[in-house]
Design a protein around this ligand. Structure first.
Ligand code: CDP
Length: 217
């Protein structure tokens, strides 16, 4: 496989697990663009920058050295020398990430970096890229574009099982981020040519099989 698979969708749609498993099945690379927005947010918070100052936020993100691996079996994210894999999943980062991701200069910077990583992977086994805007903006020429959805109640149930956080609080956080993400960046829009897959009643394995089938067509 030498191409690009774009997997977009909201939180709890199953996109991370599906994308990673698909990458392993294809022996391709894997890029979690949400982890990049989260790492950028970690850099902003740890520098003590006000989220209400978009110029300062953008300057901080541009000067931070973000490193992310593209091995689906060994995902790791660093800011400078600091491994931030655990910290970027915490409530502070989750609460601030939509604001940071809504700054246009932040998006421009991270999208350029994402395209660089995707180009590097094209000739070495391809790459599965997950996010919100991959099929529409980052990699519009992807060989396969998928938009995963699921019922909001099921999305909240999955996410709270993953994080061990309270179900109602998780559901409220998902609603807040769905709204913030679609208002500022419209990233929740599926690319026009994406295949929409509802994962509410499908297991991860079924979804992965279905995507492998789409690629084989
Ligand atoms: O928790 P969840 O799986 O939804 O999030 P994620 O994929 O880790 O992405 C975290 C946040 O990063 C999203 O809520 C968006 O604000 C932002 N994001 C984005 O704007 N564009 C992307 N391509 C990926 C993530």
């Amino acid at each position: 496989f030498h191409g690009v698979v774009a997997i977009d969708g909201p939180s709890g749609s199953g996109k991370s697990t599906v994308a990673r498993r698909l990458a392993v099945a294809l022996r391709a690379g894997y890029l979690d663009t949400g982890a990049m927005y989260r790492a950028a947010t970690w850099a902003v918070l740890s520098a003590g920058i006000e989220l209400s100052d978009p110029d300062a936020v953008a300057d901080c993100v541009r000067s931070a050295v973000l490193t992310i691996t593209t091995d689906p079996t060994a995902v790791s994210v660093r800011v400078g020398d600091v491994a931030v894999d655990a910290a970027i999943r915490g409530p502070e980062v989750t609460g601030a990430v939509s604001a940071v991701a809504g700054v246009p200069a932040v998006r421009a910077h991270l999208i350029a970096e994402q395209r660089r990583l995707i180009d590097a992977a094209r000739d070495t086994g391809g790459i599965v890229v997950e996010g919100r805007d991959i099929g529409a903006v980052v990699a519009p020429d992807a060989e396969l574009k998928v938009f995963l959805t699921a019922d909001p109640v099921e999305r909240a149930r999955r996410r709270s099982a993953e994080t061990a956080a309270d179900l109602n609080a998780t559901a409220a956080d998902l609603r807040r981020r769905d709204t913030a993400d679609s208002r500022v960046t419209k990233p929740l829009e599926a690319a026009e040519d994406a295949t929409v897959v509802d994962t509410t009643y499908e297991s991860i394995d079924q979804v992965v099989e279905r995507l492998l089938g789409l690629l084989a067509q």
